[in-house]
Design a protein. Structure first.
Length: 234
């Protein structure tokens, strides 16, 4: 299916303190009611319109679910010169290691959610999260405090990458339904580290699933499981 034929899309900015937060939204053209929305945390080498985001936009088309993504802390429109790939991934890893980027990203996402809740095409009672890898690193702290998010698809991140203490503490505050995914040949995160993070999630309604392959964007069965889970809970 062609995204442009079925979805309206636009870029916009919200304000979080002194920061402008670059965001993109897709919403169904045919919808005559307020749409559920999935917030997408992209990966460490991507941006708000990366293929990971476009893949889930397309996959959610039949369900009339809107999608919103913001650029990560050193990604996309936050850069003076646009770039993605290995260079940006390493910049993110260096930033994560310092442990200072979590609270700003929470504030940025909450600014975006505030904006969405005022949009006439969005149902503020039906908000879910999808973020693997970096989308889990920043998603878990957001889910720990923002009760507007009703379900989350997470994974491909673990306590094997420091700093991890805050993630474990924040995971212990999450009580919404969670799908947690890991890849069997993940070359970045250990199986044990990912399972440890999953076990720290407090929710009694949680699922852990494993898929073949390395640390790459969800496709095929993995993406289908994400979409089915999100649609079920929205």
């Amino acid at each position: 299916m062609n995204i442009e034929n079925h979805f309206e899309t636009k870029d916009f900015f919200t304000q979080a303190g002194a920061r402008q937060v670059p965001a993109s939204i897709w919403w169904p053209k045919a919808s005559r009611t307020q749409c559920p929305v999935v917030l997408v945390g992209h990966g460490g080498s991507g941006h708000k319109r990366s293929q990971l985001v476009l893949d889930v936009v397309e996959a959610l088309m039949p369900y009339q679910i809107a999608v919103v993504a913001i650029d990560g802390p050193v990604h996309g429109a936050r850069r003076v010169t646009f770039s993605d790939g290995p260079v940006v991934r390493q910049e993110f890893r260096d930033l994560w290691a310092k442990g200072e980027s979590v609270d700003p990203m929470i504030a940025d996402w909450q600014s975006c959610i505030d904006h969405l809740c005022q949009m006439p095409q969005i149902n503020p009672q039906k908000i879910a999260w999808y973020g693997i890898s970096m989308g889990t690193a920043y998603g878990i702290p957001l889910l720990a405090i923002d009760t507007r998010i009703k379900a989350a698809a997470l994974g491909m991140w673990g306590t094997c990458r420091e700093p991890a203490l805050r993630l474990k503490k924040d995971a212990a505050k999450i009580e919404i339904p969670v799908l947690f995914q890991q890849k069997e040949q993940d070359e970045i995160f250990t199986h044990e580290g990912q399972l440890d993070l999953y076990r720290n999630i407090k929710s009694l309604d949680k699922i852990y699933k494993s898929y073949p392959g390395g640390h790459t964007d969800p496709k095929d069965d993995q993406l289908n499981d994400i979409v089915q889970f999100l649609a079920q809970h929205l």
